[in-house]
Write a protein that binds this ligand. Structure first.
Ligand code: NDP
Length: 523
């Protein structure tokens, strides 16, 4: 068993950065390859530690090798032909069964997720619910997967296009939505007729294990779904670089996404990336301020600010700036920070020691910025009930200038930056002035302003009188600029990731007809 991955890789793995201390009785889990639960060939494991209580080891997971990943890819390849040939409505039936299992086990799955990654039970319930919604919605595609027909240029010729699976898909996922995000990738990949290998984040392998276990129970055949746990730099890279893997679907940081995109480009693999964000709420002078404050608190501090869609910037009109910031700070200061399993808790811990260190580093950066004020929070909580976890105060900076680092870089923690503005156009300019383009929101009572902002914001998601978080699975999800590479998950748009189009021409004229060359006349 490995306790400190720092010795093994350049960038330390996150699970072991959670400083494991105890838990000799914790269960040891396995990889899932070709329908079998198997240990890593390395014989080693890593610890999955509760970030609210680092004395608790939630489980031990295989510290897998490139060889383990090779075996999983071979299994997925072995099953690919039979799975592709199973009619899509039959594939979907298995997925509906999977949805029922997730509903049955929702409470257990949610509390296990809170133990491994810290967010409060209501939110982990939402994470599991998103997987359920995704399963039902996307399984419905088993009876659609529409192509289309269109007139051909020539007489007695039929033209249509149909979708076909891309083949073997590698899925690489982050820790902040450890069941929802794998499901957004897994379910569409399967209904479209692909086989998969999943590499979950080291910090949260249990929730993906639970999803894969449910796939097994639902009767998804051996080899169709495979899971290998371990370091991104070893098993993730082995998946990305394997020539049999036709597509990599990745969600995570923009930095890792760039590495993965490069590896995929080397071998001409399809690559779908969902990455970081620096999302914004614009509060106009005619807004319902209480509603805007509620939305800002939820967007900034939900999941301890560790959402790709977190409201990490709030651009507020000067006419309501004082009122808004006072109410925001008041509200932030009342949030109860603690163990997410306690129903009284509003905000859980951050994921691990490195994350805490990084967030506190940004607080220092913010304090050194000329003009920015630390209005509340900014400190680690490490006394009493907080002693064994990675807890931090909800943090608000005010009087932030748009170019400051805390207004430009993804902090991925409970820190938000309030920026004053004098007009809607200026607010939009500030809002668009970052390298990311995931989610934006406006609070206003003026429909003209709402539509103007909607039209001007270059983001993948836009909300009116609602926070930057709250995506639903039947609408496309993804971002522009540094957030994505042009793909969208969820909605029917996800089918364009996991299928390729085939155009089909059927000539029933019985003669050679040459498109673009032969003349076709009325005679
Ligand atoms: P990381 O990029 O650190 O990790 C994501 C996944 O990639 C993990 O499974 C990781 O493994 C793996 N990985 C790391 N290095 C490699 C490599 N060289 N080759 C292959 N795989 C690798 O992101 P986080 O897990 O820290 O997630 C947080 C980030 O995700 C934030 O930037 C956030 O904005 C973004 N995110 C984006 C979303 C979106 O839809 N746009 C949604 C949710 C999060 P390991 O865990 O072992 O390091």
């Amino acid at each position: 068993m490995v306790q400190a991955k720092k010795a093994l890789i350049k960038k330390p793995g996150k699970a072991t950065r959670k400083a494991a201390r105890a838990g000799a009785s914790a269960k040891t889990y396995s990889n899932y390859i070709n329908g079998e639960w198997v240990a890593s060939r390395s014989g080693e494991t890593f610890e999955n530690v509760n970030p609210a209580n680092t004395r608790e080891v939630v489980g031990r997971f295989p510290l897998s090798t490139a060889e383990d990943m090779g075996a999983a890819v071979a299994a997925a390849q072995g099953a690919a032909e039979r799975w592709r040939r199973l009619p899509a409505p039959r594939r979907a039936e298995l997925l509906f069964r999977l949805g029922e299992i997730l509903i049955r086990d929702k409470d257990k799955l949610s509390s296990e997720m809170t133990r491994e990654m810290g967010k409060v039970l209501k939110e982990t319930g939402g994470d599991v619910q998103e997987a359920i919604d995704c399963t039902y919605y996307t399984a419905g595609e088993g009876r659609r997967l529409h192509g289309y027909t269109t007139p051909a240029e020539m007489p007695d010729k039929f033209a249509m296009c149909v979708r076909q699976p891309v083949g073997l898909c590698g899925l690489i996922t982050p820790w902040n939505f450890p069941m929802a995000i794998p499901s957004w990738k897994l379910i569409p990949a399967l209904v479209c007729g692909n086989t998969v290998v999943i590499k979950p984040a080291e910090d949260t392998p249990l929730s993906t294990y639970n999803l894969v276990r449910a796939c097994e129970e639902a009767g998804i055949p051996p080899g169709v779904v495979n899971m290998v746990t371990g370091h991104g730099e070893t098993v993730g890279a082995a998946l990305t670089g394997n020539p049999s893997v036709r597509l990599i679907s990745f969600t995570g940081s923009t930095e890792t996404g760039r590495v993965i995109a490069g590896a995929c480009a080397e071998r001409n693999a399809i690559c779908s990336l969902e990455m970081g964000g620096k999302n914004v709420i614009m509060v106009m002078e005619d807004a319902d301020i209480e509603l805007a404050v509620e939305g800002a608190v939820w967007g900034a501090f939900g999941t301890s600010g560790q959402r790709c869609t977190a409201s990490s910037r709030i651009v507020v009109h000067k006419k309501v700036y004082r009122k808004f910031t006072e109410r925001l700070v008041e509200h932030a200061e009342t949030l109860r920070v603690g163990d997410g399993l306690d129903p009284q808790t509003d905000m859980g811990p951050v994921i691990n020691a490195d994350a805490l260190h990084k967030i506190l580093g940004y607080v220092e950066v913010g304090q050194k910025e000329d003009g920015a004020k630390l209005a509340c929070g900014g400190k680690r909580l490490d006394k009493g009930a907080h002693a064994d976890g990675y807890f931090m105060e909800p943090t608000v900076f005010t009087d932030v200038a748009p170019g400051m680092r805390i207004a430009q870089e993804e902090i991925f923690g409970p820190v938000t930056a309030v920026i004053p503005t004098s007009s809607l156009d200026e607010a939009v300019e500030i809002a668009n002035g970052v390298r990311y383009g995931l989610s934006a929101a406006i609070y206003t009572r003026d429909v003209n302003r709402a539509f103007h902002a909607m039209n001007e914001m270059y983001t993948g998601i836009f909300y009116v009188n609602s926070s930057t978080i709250g995506a639903e699975v039947h609408l496309p999800f993804g971002g522009t600029k540094g957030t994505g590479n042009g793909h969208r998950e969820a909605g029917t748009q996800v089918l364009d990731i996991f299928t390729e189009w085939k155009s089909v021409y059927v000539d029933y004229s019985g003669k050679l007809q040459r498109a673009q060359i032969d003349e076709v006349s009325f005679e």
